[in-house]
Write a protein that binds this ligand. Structure first.
Ligand code: GDP
Length: 445
């Protein structure tokens, strides 16, 4: 995650302010140094870092904290606002008829991002199509075809044609029914004249409504030249940052955004079509600062529930999770949903207070939901009575024996299930108290 390091180190520094109502110059100095160190380490441009730290310093010392605000919350709010300012607004992506052109170097993640974006648009109710014009990279056609099949969206490419401009034109025609056209282009290892000429020709042929530059989060300061070249030739409206799952950097991408006067549109964090989200500055920064991101979390949970078919279950209301007892029925539903939600560490980062290292404190298997475990657990739960499912704590040794016999599983497996429930139940208790966490308190002023 970009600036991930900033999140954890800053939280540590800010935590030292807990309980203080006044903030000293030394406190501010320490915080600003921490921010500078993290930003520079994440490859953010030096002049951007200086600008940001100057304004944080000035505001932290000069602004009076609103009544009742602790020094920690006051500084946290300033840091939050300044960071949101640094990353800028999100690129406007209207949910309507449009053509989007993707540019970037080879390997930056263009083809993957094209399929991901198409999936994203399809989830918003549009009918997207991906047009693959990359005739340079041998595997591009097959890769795009497979990924768009997985995303269940329309695709056009022609492995026998070597004129990308013709493919682009034919593709627009062949996918006339689609409302969003995403045109993927070829990349090269470096910026060469023929790459620039080719993308200019494609741009003239498709007349995109917006052009996005796809950048690998690990790119560093090289992003600056790349962004400038692409911006000069086709005009860059927004940036899609990829591979955020694999790096703690990402500052180069921020520099590219600054260089082109554009904004961030999408974030990619994995190799499957679902690993994409719209860039939203406030939720991005909240997550980064360990304040959680309830909005993203809610979206993911909703999507996972749709896929699990949980909505249709009249006996079970997900809202119950946030209140009252966590039953075995809840656990079963939750395990199914989690299976659909994606990597747990990503999910945990979105929960207020759970990000940045808190995961490391949980036992490794606290939420280990493997398929095999789930199958075992399901068989076991089928051998339990309604009362046992609702109130697993009441299950004693004789019941464990009976359930083991009934399900054909060992008593150890039954106890494993009960232990798992206990762990998940404790974790849920933690969440329940988090509804009005740092974030809300901070924003209330
Ligand atoms: P292109 O040459 O720009 O079209 O790049 P590709 O889309 O082929 O991506 C290059 C490699 O990066 C592929 O192996 C992708 O699976 C991988 N990739 C793309 N986006 C992500 C991402 O967000 N996370 C991870 N881990 N890998 C990614």
């Amino acid at each position: 995650m970009v600036l991930d390091d900033l999140g954890s180190s800053l939280r540590g520094t800010l935590d030292k302010l807990r309980g203080k109502s006044r903030i000293s110059e030394e406190d501010v100095d320490e915080i600003v140094k921490e921010i500078q160190r993290s930003l520079l380490q994440a490859d953010v441009d030096v002049s951007l870092v200086m600008e940001l730290s100057d304004s944080i310093e000035e505001r932290a010392l000069e602004e009076e904290p609103p009544g009742g605000t602790s020094a920690r919350d006051h500084v946290l709010r300033i840091v939050y606002e300044e960071l949101v300012d640094l990353v800028g607004e999100s690129t406007e992506i209207p949910l309507e008829n449009q053509t989007i052109l993707l540019a970037g170097l080879q390997g930056s993640g263009k083809t993957t991002t094209a399929a991901k974006m198409a999936w994203w648009f399809s989830k918003k109710g549009l009918r997207p199509a991906v047009i693959q014009t990359d005739t340079f990279r041998p595997g591009a056609y097959d890769q795009a075809k497979q990924m768009t099949e997985r995303a269940e969206v329309a695709f056009y490419g022609d492995p026998d044609e070597d004129d990308p401009v013709k493919i682009a034109r034919d593709g627009l025609e062949a996918t006339e029914d689609a409302d969003v056209h995403i045109v993927d282009t070829a990349g090269r290892h470096a910026l060469e004249d023929d790459l620039i000429n080719e993308i200019e020709d494609i741009e003239s042929a498709v007349e995109p409504d917006r052009s996005l530059l796809v950048l690998d989060a690990a790119i560093g300061q090289g992003a600056k030249d790349q962004a400038r070249e692409f911006d000069d030739s086709i005009g860059i409206d927004g940036v899609a940052i990829t591979k955020l799952d694999g790096t703690a950097k990402g500052g180069g991408a921020l520099t590219a955004v600054d260089e082109t006067g554009s904004t961030i549109a999408f974030l990619g964090s994995g190799e499957t079509v679902q690993d994409i989200e719209r860039f939203e500055p406030d939720s991005f920064i909240s997550r980064l600062l360990g304040m959680g991101d309830l909005k993203q979390l809610t979206e993911r949970v909703e999507r996972a529930m749709e896929e699990t078919g949980l909505e249709e279950d009249e006996d079970w209301d997900p809202e119950d999770l946030m209140k009252g007892e966590f039953t075995l029925k809840d656990m079963r539903k939750q395990m199914e949903a989690m299976d659909n939600m994606g990597p747990l560490d990503q999910v945990m980062d979105m929960i207020p207070g759970m990000g940045g290292g808190l995961m490391d404190q949980l036992p490794d298997d606290a939420m280990d939901v493997t398929q095999e475990r789930m199958r075992n657990f399901e068989v076991i739960m089928d051998s339990m009575t309604e009362e046992e499912l609702e109130n697993p704590r009441s299950i004693g040794a004789s019941q464990v024996r009976r359930i083991a016999k009934g399900s054909g599983k060992s008593e150890d497996t039954i106890r494993e299930l009960l232990d798992q429930h206990k762990m998940m139940s404790q974790t849920m208790k933690q969440f329940q108290g988090m509804g009005d966490g740092d974030m809300q308190r901070m924003m209330k002023q």
